[in-house]
Ligand binder design. Structure first.
Ligand SMILES: *Cc1c(COP(=O)(O)O)cnc(C)c1O
Length: 397
């Protein structure tokens, strides 16, 4: 008889052979556009720190001061004795910022998505998800034990067909900005469809918050969607806000329900108050410094123009997420490695994070990049793509 878990060795070997093995690199510097790895400096084009707030002096100062004032650990869950004035003030500011009645903090975006969907739905209900939704939304749907139906990416006709036959409570769930493609969900059409079928609509705006909308309130500000249009909004702090944690915003009824029912809110330690305090400073910067968003748009335009001239396979994205489609897993890895050698960190994204045969380089921009950084990246991309022609990779799956 084989020992238990003997198959794990084979699994790892198969992943390696198929170019799907994953490894971490160890950072020797804070998050930013210039980072150190193995004693070498690299220009970073793969973080989600879009506005350059993760290492911002004011955010750090607030964090330090708040740790002095509140200590480090929050000591308990929100419903026990871990809910501080900092947490509460942040919730109120987020509700006002997003134009919702109330907001509720979670420790991560992953937990917010698990908690919201499983807190709202149960057996006999239905959840409809875009095929390219973030893994946490799909996992939330599975955890809820509602019937999970996935519609083709952005395909409202397909969604409409699936909704036709539905009864019971129905929740449509979508990313606001698709995390690996950078494109936007068709919020206005989704809103109309949800209303026609008396379904609720939930938008996870992890990548839009702080980046989209005149005031940075995200994809719903961009499309002018109210809480009657989109009943459930999820935002995260780990991306443009540069800290850590997440929130859900919506009606009083929604938030009251989640406080009673979302396990990932109830049965977990509250985020440190110092994180909540630092996030309040990030939020203030987002509101008062629109130049950060404008700067990002300039970089995106510069990059897209340059990449088009090089004939690179860009995707339909207007956001700071600018993937270059490669297709083959091994080739994507080789190009990423060639860029790294030239001093640029651009991550290769492979299945199962993206569909089979659509491996890509996921280039992301930060307010802190300069026009020169973008120019240098384009030169490096041209070299890497021509040195690693398609025939070098073998098509996978
Ligand atoms: C990053 C991300 C999450 C998870 O948020 P964390 O706070 O990092 O756990 C959820 N949804 C989307 C779309 C994301 O990109």
């Amino acid at each position: 008889m084989k020992p238990s878990f003997a198959h794990l060795v084979d699994q790892i070997e198969t992943l390696k052979q198929r170019g799907l093995y994953r490894q971490r690199r160890i950072l020797e510097s804070p998050q930013g556009i210039e980072i150190r790895i193995d004693g070498e400096s690299k220009i970073n084009f793969c973080s989600n720190d879009y506005l350059g707030l993760a290492n911002h002096p004011l955010v750090k100062r607030r964090f330090k001061d708040a740790a002095e004032q509140w200590g480090v650990g929050s000591g308990a869950a929100h419903l026990v004795c871990g809910h501080s004035e900092e947490h509460h003030a942040l919730e109120e500011e987020l509700a006002a910022f997003t134009g919702r009645e109330r907001a509720l903090l979670f420790s991560t975006g992953y937990m917010a998505n698990l908690g919201v969907i499983s807190g709202l739905l149960g057996k006999g209900d239905k959840v409809f998800e875009d095929r390219l939704n973030h893994a946490s939304l799909v996992d939330g749907g599975l955890l809820s034990r509602a019937e999970l139906k996935r519609y083709r990416h952005g395909d409202l006709g397909h969604l409409d067909n699936l909704l036709q036959s539905a009864s019971g409570n129905q929740l449509i769930v979508t990313d606001g900005v698709f995390s690996m493609d950078g494109d936007l969900a068709p919020i206005a059409d989704l809103t109309a469809l949800a209303k026609a079928h008396q379904a609720w609509l939930m938008v996870d705006d992890a990548h839009g918050l702080g980046v989209l909308g005149t005031h940075g309130a995200g994809v719903l500000e961009y499309f002018d969607a109210s809480s009657q249009d989109v009943q459930v909004l999820v935002g995260t702090f780990g991306k443009a806000l540069g800290t850590s944690g997440a929130f859900v915003a919506g009606s009083k009824l929604l938030i009251e329900t989640l406080i009673q029912k979302a396990h990932t809110f109830i049965y977990t330690t509250a985020l440190p108050s110092a994180i909540a305090a630092a996030t309040r400073t990030s939020l203030a910067l987002i509101k008062t410094e629109p130049w950060r968003r404008e700067r990002l748009q300039e970089l995106v335009t510069q990059f897209r123009n340059g990449a088009r001239q090089l004939g690179l396979n860009l995707m339909a994205s207007t956001t700071p997420i600018q993937p270059i489609l490669v297709g083959d897993n091994q080739r994507a890895m080789l190009i990423s490695a060639a860029l790294f050698e030239q001093g640029f960190w651009v991550s290769a994204i492979r299945p199962p994070t993206v569909p089979q045969g659509s491996a890509r380089l996921r280039v992301t921009f930060s307010t802190q990049h300069s026009a020169l950084h973008v120019e240098q990246l384009l030169v490096a991309l041209e070299r890497a793509f021509s040195n690693i022609p398609e025939c070098l990779g073998k098509v996978d799956g």
